[in-house]
Design a protein around this ligand. Sequence first.
Ligand code: ZN
Length: 249
Amino acid sequence: MKAIISDIHGNLEALRAVLDDISHQKIDEGIYCLGDVIGYGPNPRECIDLVMECKLVLLGNHDQGALFDPDGFNPAAKRAIMWTRDQLEQPAEARQSREKRWEFLADRPRSFKEGGNLYVHGSARNPLNEYVFPEDIYNQRKMEKIFTLVERYCFQGHTHVPGIFTESLQFLTPDDVNHHYRLDGRKTLCNVGSVGQPRDLDPRACYVLYDDESIRYRRVEYDFEVTIRKIYDVPDLDNFLGDRLREGR
Ligand code: ZN
């Protein structure tokens, strides 16, 4: 069994709570992280340091935004990325750990294939940037194209909205499947949700456990008021980035 996490976004309290929950599961195939370790949240350095222990960490669009010029982001996201980049450049930090983090980010793959499964941040078609939203089940062309690129199961993040997409173009929320989805070999897309900024109106951190036969959604409570206070304290991080954590939107 493996744990699959995504979209941490510099939220250390959520990441710690999830890693603690994972430590109580029977994980023998490691932790896979689908990207966006940083961006939006107040603890980018600490989150990078923690995910370095994961077996796989993909590049997300916010991670790429910190590495290169942040194109295609809204003003609040862009400001957060510039602030994040600054945090990674902090002169107070030891040069060695600073360089180690930049190298780690720069080395991240955009997708990963294993045993018929695909792991991406966004979508099989555009691993870094394409969103696959629940309402895309009504966009048959888009979904068919994406499904042709998937051999069996595809795990993705990016939208921060957890759920299962079937090839018959159904979208099932974790609640719809009682947090447990049985896999039967038919092509399936699984959005694993977001650790650090859930957007499905459930403020708890989200991740999945995957064991070849099934996907289990885990929701983990954490003290988001601590994260919110930290965000309020940083002028470059919009207060809204904190407020949304309370409602999971
Ligand atoms: Zn994200």
